[in-house]
Write a protein that binds this ligand. Structure first.
Ligand SMILES: [Zn+2]
Length: 311
């Protein structure tokens, strides 16, 4: 099989190069004033950042991306709306599957990141016939955390640098898989959601399968409650999840009215940015994602063995 290695040099830097690049001009102005050494330092950091990304983008030229329409009969602009009763039915199926197959196994982040990355590489190569080898490095801080307080993680689209800001518990495999999909070149949120889910769901590993299911379940609840915290908690209550899952799901309730003004302003800016880049907006994370799986499940292609769109 064809193998393409993306060097991902930026991901091994002790500090995110994006932060250095953005922070350097400010720091050099404060520390050195508008002097020549300050300007040289910030230019050098900018060149380092772009240089590390250039090698990656050169390697990416040979990548054959998944053709979602061809493979799944679904795409950003080809989604069939999932009916309400089908959503409610799926919530029941997922709750039962989560309860029955629950595992309390936790895998330390570094090892989990390697497992998730290997599985993604394997899943994508099963479709495109290319092994896209990327780094499994994850950092726990970058400045984006301050700008996007609602995000569980980020991936810098230029350098492929991934940061995961907190311990995401049972969601951790999905959060890592989602960001790693961006690193592998799937920049649209819907694609990252779908590829992460399908790869983890079909992995056969209980921790990864559970990660995929909790994400799908949570996204269904998000659509059904429409941002209403009380309705969300009612849905969790009705799902009768076992204690170990009930608690984290209650904590993940939508922040009706309690989000900071900066947080909600950034959220709406982010929604606009998504719409300007050929996506449907923030709804691609939940409504789009669940509609995609619904559209795919109902198509003839879902009967292929690599489909794994089942709950
Ligand atoms: Zn994303």
């Amino acid at each position: 099989m064809e193998r393409i290695e993306i060097p991902g040099g930026a991901t091994y830097s002790p500090v995110a190069l994006t932060d250095l690049m953005l922070g350097a001009p400010l720091a050099s102005r404060v520390l050195l004033g508008a002097t020549l050494p300050g300007q040289v330092a910030s230019t050098a950091l900018f060149a380092l950042y772009l240089g590390s990304a250039a090698a990656d983008w050169l390697a990416r030229l040979g990548v054959r991306p998944i053709d979602f329409r061809e493979e799944f009969d679904a795409d950003v602009d080809q989604l069939e709306a999932m009916p309400l009763d089908a959503r409610e039915w799926e919530v029941r199926l997922l709750a039962r599957a989560l309860n029955e197959d629950y595992t309390d196994e936790r895998i330390e982040r570094k090892q989990l990141a390697r497992m998730v990355n290997d599985r993604l590489t394997e899943y994508v190569s099963g479709i495109t016939g290319q092994q896209i080898v990327t780094s499994s490095e994850v950092r726990s801080f970058n400045f984006a955390k301050l700008v996007f307080p609602f995000a569980a993680g980020t991936c810098d689209v230029v350098s492929g640098d991934v940061a995961i800001f907190q311990d995401n518990g049972v969601w951790e495999p999905h959060v890592i898989a989602h960001e790693f999909c961006h690193r592998k070149g799937y920049l649209k949120e819907l694609y990252a959601q779908v590829v992460a889910f399908l790869a983890m769901r079909s992995s056969g590993h209980p921790v990864l399968v559970q990660g995929a299911r909790v994400e799908r379940f949570h996204r269904q609840l998000a659509v059904l409650c429409g941002g209403d915290e009380v309705r969300y908690l009612e849905l969790v209550e009705t799902a009768c999840l076992r204690k170990e899952l009930d608690e984290p799901f209650r904590k993940m309730r939508p922040a009706s009215g309690s989000e900071s003004r900066v947080g909600s302003a950034m959220r709406s800016l982010y929604d606009q940015r998504m719409k300007m880049t050929g996506q449907n907006g923030l709804s691609d994370y939940d409504e789009g994602f669940t509609n995609f799986l619904w559209t795919f499940q109902r198509s003839s292609r879902a009967r292929q063995p690599k489909a794994h769109a089942a709950v």
